[in-house]
Design a protein around this ligand. Structure first.
Ligand code: PLP
Length: 366
C-alpha cells in the first residue's frame, strides 16, 4: 500500500490514472530476466498505448512490437520502431490505412495477420495499387476459437496463397492463446503446451511443403513462460505484463508489479456504511465481472453496490472506519488494458513517489 502512496497526491485532480515509472521499469527488467533477454519478446502494446512507454521498451533493447490497431502501429512507427506486427485483421477501409502507413514508413517491417482467402486477395490488391509490399502472417486458431484458420491444411493453403501474392511476403504464423488462464498452474501449462503444439505441427507441415516459415509468434501473459520454452517458437507476445492487474495477479504468481492505478476520491458519504467514489465506468473499465478493482486500504469484502459513469457506490463491511469526503483511494484495475483506453493522459509518478508530469495515451482508440 505504502509503495503506491503519492507524496503530492493532493495536487492531482481525481479521478486520475497513475503510472508508476519505477514499477514499469521493474516489469521490463523482470521479463528480460524471465526470458534471458529481449531477443524473443514482441510485447503487445495494446495494454499501454503510449509512446512514452514504448520508448522505455525501446531503450531497454526491445526492438519488435505487436499491436492491435493502425493507430497503435502509426504511433510505434513514429517513434522509430522498425518491426511492427498488427495482430488484428485488417478489412475494408482499414486496409487502406495500413497500406498508407507502409507508404509513409517504407523502412518499417510492417506485418499484418489474416485467416481468410478473400481478405488476403484484398490486401494483396491494395498493396499492388499502392506499390508496397506488406508482411502477412497466417493467424492460426490453436484453441481460443476467436479468429484464426484451423491448424494444418487450412493454414497451409493460406500460407501458399500469401507466398504466391507478389505484393505480400509470407512472414510466418501467429497463434494467440487467449484461452490459457485460470488459477491452476498445471492447467495453464497444459493448455499452453497443447495450443503451441498445434502451431508447431502446422509450422512443420508448411516447411515440409517447401515454404519457409520465417517466424512463429505466439502467446500472451498467462502462457508465454511455457510457450517460450518451445524451440520452434521464435517470439512470444504478452501485453498485460507491462502494467499487470488484479485480473492476472489474483490468478498467478509472477514477478510483475502493478504499475497503473486509478487515484479516486470519496465524493459522498452520507450514510454510515456507504461511500461514493469518483471512479465509475468512465474511469475503470467495467468489462470484467465485479469487482472491477481492488481499493488499497479497504477490505476485500467491500460490496460493489452501484456503478454509474462517474460514480462507484461501495458498501463497507461492519467495523470499517468510515472514510470522509475528499479521502483518496488507490484502485488497482481488474482489467488494465481497457482501463488505460479510457484516459487521454496519465499522471506519471517518479521513483520517489512524486507526481512529476503527464503523458499522453497517444494511441488511444483505434
Ligand atoms: C492477439 C493478442 N496477442 C497478445 C495478447 C496479449 O495478451 P495478454 O494481455 O494476456 O498479455 C492479446 C491480448 O488480448 C491478444 O489479443
Amino acid at each position: 500500500m505504502r509503495k503506491y502512496h503519492v507524496k503530492n497526491a493532493r495536487e492531482i485532480p481525481t479521478p486520475a490514472l497513475l503510472i508508476y515509472k519505477a514499477a514499469v521499469a521493474r516489469n521490463i527488467r523482470a521479463i528480460g530476466e524471465m526470458m534471458g533477454g529481449y531477443a524473443r519478446l514482441r510485447p503487445h502494446i495494446k495494454t499501454h498505448k503510449m509512446s512514452q512507454i514504448a520508448r522505455m521498451e525501446l531503450d531497454a533493447g526491445i526492438d519488435k512490437f505487436k499491436c492491435a490497431t493502425p493507430k497503435e502501429a502509426a504511433m510505434l512507427a513514429a517513434i522509430g520502431a522498425t518491426d511492427v506486427l498488427i495482430s488484428y485483421h485488417m478489412v475494408g477501409a482499414n486496409i487502406d490505412r495500413v497500406v498508407g502507413l507502409k507508404r509513409l514508413y517504407p523502412d518499417v517491417d510492417l506485418k499484418i495477420i489474416a485467416d481468410d482467402a478473400d481478405n488476403i486477395r484484398a490486401l494483396s490488391d491494395a498493396c499492388a495499387s499502392a506499390e508496397v509490399r506488406l508482411g502477412a502472417m497466417v493467424d492460426v486458431n490453436t484453441g481460443m476459437n476467436r479468429t484464426g484458420a484451423l491448424p494444418g491444411a487450412a493454414s497451409l493453403a493460406l500460407a501458399r496463397q500469401i507466398a504466391l501474392s507478389p505484393n505480400l511476403h509470407f512472414a510466418g504464423l501467429h497463434a494467440y492463446d487467449g484461452h490459457v488462464g485460470g488459477n491452476d498452474p498445471d492447467v495453464r501449462q497444459k493448455t499452453a503446451v497443447e495450443a503451441i503444439e498445434k502451431a508447431v505441427e502446422t509450422r512443420c507441415l508448411i516447411e515440409r511443403s517447401g515454404l519457409e516459415v520465417e517466424k512463429l509468434v505466439a502467446s500472451g501473459s498467462p502462457g508465454f513462460v511455457h510457450t517460450q520454452a518451445v524451440g520452434e517458437v521464435d517470439e512470444v507476445s504478452p501485453g498485460t505484463w507491462i502494467f499487470w492487474d488484479t485480473g492476472y495477479s489474483d490468478l498467478m504468481e509472477t514477478p510483475f508489479q502493478w504499475a497503473a492505478l486509478v487515484l479516486s476520491s470519496v465524493i459522498s458519504a452520507t450514510r454510515a456504511d456507504l461511500i461514493t467514489l469518483d471512479a465509475g465506468s468512465k474511469s475503470i473499465a467495467p468489462d470484467t465481472p465485479e469487482p472491477h478493482f481492488r481499493a488499497l486500504g479497504l477490505p476485500d469484502e467491500i460490496a460493489f453496490v452501484r456503478r454509474n459513469e462517474e460514480h462507484q457506490l461501495l458498501q463497507l463491511p461492519k467495523g470499517t472506519p468510515r472514510p470522509r469526503v475528499g479521502d483518496q483511494f488507490y484502485l488497482v484495475p481488474r482489467h488494465v488494458c481497457t482501463t488505460v483506453n479510457l484516459w487521454d493522459e496519465v499522471c506519471v509518478i517518479d521513483d520517489n513517489g512524486v507526481f512529476v508530469e503527464t503523458w499522453a495515451v497517444d494511441a488511444r482508440g483505434h
